[in-house]
Design a protein around this ligand. Structure first.
Ligand SMILES: [Zn+2]
Ligand SMILES: [Zn+2]
Length: 316
């Protein structure tokens, strides 16, 4: 099969053996996949990953020992826990220290014609959700995960930093709990998407001359956390979403003096994301700028690197 492989910081499309599913796994034919900022960071050296990239996808099960799965259109959770350590036993597989992560850590990803995944990672995609929307289930789940970490009600104000795909999703998701959502980005044409939904936007948070109960940092760059610290109220909370290659510089004392809580936030529940998609209206297809054939992965990655772009898809 064809696959997009990362080796020595270079990506290439190559012919590789089609993976063979184990007893507990399914073989999934990839229908559509999305390039995410994490993929761009992996190419720069984040996680020292080598292998087939990609973790956001919609696919169709073509092989499974549980026959009811065959033919189902699915999305898949990206963490593959060991299933036998103390943390797995406690019911927290996303933090299993031995976990593999699809297209990120010790597990080949979805920028390929086929991928294998444990059946318990798979979720049936309801027919009301299009292939293009389905690619967003993983980042949407990560956005909704914030609700498990902070108690947000309509009186709170929230500043979202970043107008990449994740920032735009998070702002829309937060708006379902509070009308006081603000988003700062660097690209007016991306922020329009939020303005249309009544979310206040700016190119610089200083414009508002105020601070916020919650600041969600989704800039994808090390400097984001510094900005978050400038705009959070005393005793407020910063929710950190960015992962990147390299280190961030922060004024540590400011956390202590202003009693700020810093909360790291990663993946979320696919079940909740799918439920959310069926209930709420959220702008997804408008975020897609381009859809490339898998063979054109290099061009697709170049396009995804363009700061003006929100989402680039790959179709095997
Ligand atoms: Zn991602
Ligand atoms: Zn484990």
């Amino acid at each position: 099969m064809k696959a997009v492989s990362l080796e020595n910081g270079n990506i290439s499309v190559r012919e590789v053996p089609t993976p063979v599913p184990r007893e507990t796994e399914a073989l999934v034919k990839v229908i559509k996949a999305g390039i995410c900022n994490t993929d761009l960071e992996l190419v720069k050296g984040y996680m020292d990953f080598e292998g087939i990239l990609g973790h956001e996808f919609v696919g169709q099960v073509v092989e499974s020992s549980e026959k009811e799965w065959v033919g189902k259109r699915v999305v898949g959770e990206i963490n593959i826990p060991c299933g036998s350590c103390e943390i797995c036993a406690r019911g927290d597989p996303k933090h299993c220290p031995l976990r593999k992560v699809l297209g990120i850590h010790q597990k080949d990803g979805v920028f390929a014609e086929y991928v294998t995944l444990p059946r318990e990672n798979l979720h049936h995609l309801p027919s009301v959700v299009s292939d293009m929307e389905g690619v967003f289930v993983e980042p949407l789940a990560a956005s909704i995960a914030v609700f498990d970490q902070i108690c947000l009600d309509h009186q709170n104000d929230v500043l979202v930093l970043g107008d990449g795909k994740l920032g735009l999703l998070i702002a829309q998701v937060m708006q379902t709990r509070s009308p006081n959502i603000f988003c700062v980005g660097r690209h007016p044409h991306k922020l329009v998407l939020l303005q249309k939904r009544g979310i206040q936007t700016a190119l610089n948070a200083r414009e508002w001359d105020r601070k916020f109960d919650f600041v969600i940092e989704a800039t994808g760059v090390p400097k984001g956390i510094e900005d978050a610290l400038c705009f959070v109220k005393s005793k407020g909370k910063i929710i950190a979403k960015s992962t990147f290659h390299g280190l961030a510089k922060i004024d540590f004392s400011a956390f202590v003096v202003n009693e700020i809580q810093l909360i790291g936030s990663r993946c979320g529940s696919f079940a909740k994301a799918l439920e959310f998609l069926e209930k709420e209206s959220i702008e997804l297809e408008e975020m897609v700028n381009a859809d490339f054939a898998l063979e054109e992965a290099q061009r697709a990655f170049d396009r995804a690197k363009n700061p003006e772009v929100i989402k680039v898809l790959l179709t095997p």
